[in-house]
Design a protein around this ligand. Structure first.
Ligand code: SAM
Length: 282
């Protein structure tokens, strides 16, 4: 393979030059490939959809981890569904005093990313505060008796094993697993190319939670403009905090970042009409 072509949308592709294929296999869950590219470093694709690159994963992992934790302000327990590359886990565990449970359906993703893309997880799976569970996230939230302040769904798109993580029953069980005042944040695609994901997710979450919204982040390899991440909580005040409070918490965390800032946090929750129009269609 000298080029990796990703079909992003009917009639629209992005391509990576492939210097070397480091690993490729199809297991009973999905096709996995990790390749070396001159532009993005090492790249993981699952079922031919780019999941994470060494070069730009910080945009996504910082926003998916820090925005909910800083918004909540008193997090001790985080559940990550998916996220087998360990990038979200790494960012979550940068917060002192936080325990993380990561539920990933495919052990191979964890093993391959630790072996071939170690910079993404940076040892997070070895952190004693990490509890790694290899299971279907749908089943886990239906059965666990643990409760969490934050649930982060860092899943593939709603195809293959990831499809169930966009279902109403999954969202209802996520709510069951949240402590009072908890917050759910989910990967929700690029609305320019996947408008139906905003409309569908909003329609499914709205009857279940008091406050359902989205926050945005650019992720260069998730082509098509801003990516939306879904937000759901029974505490509407979490979305309307003054940026000064966010600054105070972020400074107190002692964390340094490359994309997330309290100002970006505040701005990412202010959505443009092309996205709120998709919500209105739910
Ligand atoms: N950043 C990526 C994105 O935005 O699309 C997600 C990356 S992460 C590698 C996605 C992970 O979700 C994969 O490792 C995949 O195996 C996992 N996954 C898919 N369906 C799942 C399920 N039902 N339960 C748990 N993990 C699942």
């Amino acid at each position: 393979m000298t080029r990796f072509d990703e079909l992003l949308h009917k009639g629209y592709w992005q391509s990576f030059e492939v210097e070397e294929v480091l690993f490729e296999e199809k297991n009973d869950l999905q096709h996995l490939v990790i390749f070396q590219s001159p532009s993005h470093g090492r790249v993981l694709a699952l079922d031919n959809i780019v999941q994470v690159t060494e070069a730009d994963n910080f945009f996504y992992h910082e926003m998916l981890a820090h925005l909910p934790i800083i918004a909540h302000g008193a997090v001790t327990e985080v559940l990550i569904i998916g996220g087998g590359d360990g990038g979200t886990l790494k960012e979550v565990l940068r917060h002192p005093g936080v325990q993380a449970t990561l539920v990933e359906i495919d052990q191979a993703v964890v093993d391959l990313c630790v072996k071939y893309m170690p910079s993404v997880s940076a040892g997070a799976f070895d952190d004693p505060r990490c509890d790694l569970v290899i299971a279907d996230g749908l089943k886990y939230v239906a059965e666990t008796d643990k409760r969490f302040d934050i649930i982060i769904v860092d899943s593939t798109d709603p195809v293959g094993p990831g499809e169930v993580l966009f279902s109403e029953s999954f969202y209802r069980d996520c709510k069951r697993c949240l402590k009072p005042g908890g917050l759910l944040a989910t990967q929700n695609g690029v609305p320019f190319f996947q408008p139906e994901e905003v409309t569908t997710t909003y329609g499914r979450l709205n009857p279940i939670f008091e406050d359902v919204w989205f926050f945005q982040t650019p992720v260069p390899t998730y082509v098509g403009g801003m990516m939306t991440l879904a937000w759901a909580t029974d505490d509407p005040s979490l979305r309307h905090q003054p940026v000064e409070d966010l600054v105070e918490r972020f400074v107190a965390s002692g964390i340094t970042t490359r994309y997330y800032t309290p100002g970006i946090h505040w701005g990412s929750l202010h959505l443009p009409p092309y996205i709120t129009d998709m919500m209105d269609q739910a």
